[in-house]
Every structure is written in C-alpha cells, then in structure tokens.
Design a protein around this ligand. Structure first.
Ligand code: SAM
Length: 217
C-alpha cells in the first residue's frame, strides 16, 4: 500500500502548519508533491523527515519546513515568472512550478539538473526551463522576473540579481557566511533596495562569479 500521502499529510501538519505556515495554497502543494521521488533510493524511507537529505554531487535537498518557509515568503499568486537559483533535487522547483506561471531554474551541476528534469517530466510538470550554469549572475537574457529564489548561501545581495527583478518583484535569499545565514526578502521601491530580515538558516554555499569561490572555506 502507498503510505506516502499519509506521510506527506503528517509532514504538513506537524513540520509546516505546526511551525506557523498557514497559506492554504502552500499547504496544498506540499500535500501533493511526492518528496520521496526527489531523494536518492537509500533515503526514500526518510523522505518526509524533518531535516535536509544528502543528494548527488555532495549537495542537499533542504528541510521541508525551510522549503515551505521560502515558498511562503515568495508570496506566489499563480501568474508569476520565477527564477530559482540552485535546482538541487528539483523538489523546490516542482513546488514553485505548481504555484506560478513559469519557472527558470539554474543548477551548476549537470547531473542534478538532468535528474531533476527527469523527475518533473515524470510528474507531468512542464512549465519549467532548466539551465546548467552559474546562477550567481542570474539569467539576464530571461529577465525581468516577478520572483527570484536563491536556494544556496550567498555572501551578499547581488545588485545584478536585484536588477533582474520586475517592478513589483520580490527576492528571497539566504545571506551570511558559508556556515550560517539569515533569510531576507528583498524588494525595490523608488530606486532603493528594501530588505526584511527573517529566519536564521544554514545552506550549502552558492559557488560562482558573484558568490563564493570554490576553494574558499
Ligand atoms: N532547493 C533544492 C531542493 O529542493 O533540492 C536544494 C538546493 S541545494 C540546498 C543548493 C543548490 O545550489 C545545490 O544543488 C548547488 O549545486 C546549487 N548551486 C550552488 N551554487 C550555484 C550556482 N552558482 N549556480 C547554480 N546552482 C548553484
């Protein structure tokens, strides 16, 4: 018997709703997207646990609560054009694609991007463009974006990325050191960058031209 709908329901009730996320669209999508499809076979039994899980290329699929928190902060209404930097397993990509019009997602590891693309195709999620490359510079050729989500630790809020947001745009980004960060929501108003500070968090580093250097520790 497939027990995963029950496990997802429990994950939503305890880990997500239980920590104060009540947006019904967000809760619904977390009940529907099969997280166990995005983790390596040896971790399928833990797919709905309350922690990040290792995936290929020494990267991680983020803790379900953190994925939900970032999704809630993005405030998606359904018609947005979204840029995601750090495809990873593709789980967050599937969530974003279910809540918006179109997602462009960038991943530096081809292996992860290809695997995520396969899983989303299997799930009949087709409103996503997958790019392999350095997402620290964004995707200027596809800009502007209504929402930008960075799913890796950034050393700063890059002006290049801010410049790729639409007028009413919003960016969610973890900023800090390589070992600990704070989640920010960034907007622009009257030529000024406005930052709101949210949760403490820990992500793998964003490695790229406008981020950390591969060899930095
Ligand atoms: N949200 C993802 C999920 O649901 O599986 C988890 C993302 S993981 C925490 C961060 C990802 O960012 C990793 O897959 C990593 O390879 C990727 N990454 C790091 N630097 C990058 C860059 N400059 N461009 C694109 N992807 C990058």
């Amino acid at each position: 018997m497939d027990r995963t709908p029950e496990e997802r329901h429990r994950m939503v009730e305890i880990q997500i709703k239980g920590r104060g996320i009540f947006n019904p669209r967000v809760l619904e999508v977390f009940k529907n997207i099969p997280r166990h499809r995005f983790v390596p076979a040896r971790h399928v039994r833990n797919a709905y646990s309350d922690h990040p899980i290792g995936i290929a290329c020494a990267q991680t699929i983020s803790q379900p609560y953190m994925v939900a928190r970032m999704t809630e902060l993005l405030d998606l209404l359904g018609d947005e054009k979204v840029l995601e930097i750090g495809t990873g397993s593709g789980y967050q990509t599937a969530i974003l694609a279910s809540l918006s019009r179109h997602v462009t997602t960038i991943e530096r590891f081809e292996e992860l991007s290809c695997q995520a693309k396969r899983v989303l195709a299997d799930l009949s999620i087709h409103n996503v463009e997958f790019i392999v490359g350095d997402g620290s510079v964004g995707a200027p050729e596809h800009a502007p974006f209504d929402r930008i989500l960075i799913t890796a630790a950034s050393p700063s809020i890059s002006e290049d990325l801010v410049g790729q947001m639409s007028e009413e745009g919003k960016m969610v980004i973890p900023v800090g050191s390589r070992s600990s960060q704070t989640l920010y929501v960034v907007r622009c108003a009257h030529g000024k960058i406005l930052k709101e500070e949210y949760d403490a968090c820990v992500f793998v580093p964003l490695i790229g031209r406008l981020a950390w250097h591969e060899s930095e520790s």
